[in-house]
Design a protein around this ligand. Sequence first.
Ligand code: AKB
Length: 318
Amino acid sequence: MKNILVTGSVGQIGSELTMELRKRYGNDNVVAGGRKTKPSEKLLNSGPFEVVDCTDIDVVNDVVRKHEIDTILHLAAILSAVAEANPQLAWDVNINGLYNVLEVAREHKCAVFVPSSIGAFGPSTPLDNTPQDTIQRPNTMYGVTKVAGELLCDYYYKRFSVDTRGVRYPGIISNETLPGGGTTDYAVEIFYEAIKNKKYTCNLGAGTFLDMMYMPDAIKAAIDLMEADPARLKHRNAFNVTAMSFDPEIIAAEIRKMIPDFTMDYDVDPVKQGIADSWPNNMDDSAAREEWGWEPEYTLPVMTKDMIEVLSKKLVQK
Ligand code: AKB
């Protein structure tokens, strides 16, 4: 990776991944691509920024040519809850946008990282210890676009030798940029509300187990996979990766260890609950461990402590 483009660099993962890539590969060598949302000062001032709407292939092509990009980390996507509210938009961004990026990558011989998600699974998938290779019949537009995206990336690798790689991210917990319209967002919101108001109303019910990961591990997964020896990769796209699995009760109890008077009640969102119920409770990520040495650093207690410490300082400063 020498000259890198990150699409969706203003989003939850993109904003932190771009900064880490700039630290490792040089500020000027990492182009932050973003669409509507205003980029942070940090992102704007630390390196090149380009307005990139991935649904416009000419724009993607121009930016890749202008900056002599050899690697694209394609983070621009519509998340699960927004995708259910606007399936046409989700198809356009998640499928047509990905197709454009892959076509440009084919022409310019770029490597491409594309995140898939636990959303690529569905109700007929084995939901416990979900295997790497298993039934994928999602019943959400987000899931449909994620499975199609995994297959498209495999196709571009086999047919055109585009170096495509990807992971199936679980819910990502972070303290820098808020997630934008996912089903797992509660696991971030709970920290903000616990610190600000000592109470939280959860939109997923007790007993809803989902895989989760702290942002530093999510960044590590992307970079480690892109740096991995290609000869060892049997799966390439869509590696299961996870760091922890919990339900709302378990994370609330963990937060209570540091904020003892924190309380939580429930107002379940039926759409989000339906989506969450169709996703794995916990995935088997042994293929990622074997093929490129994946190993998360953050457990639930370590992540919770760090989230509360970082956010407490950040929210006081505001
Ligand atoms: C979402 O909830 O939509 C995302 C995801 C798990 O892909 N966070």
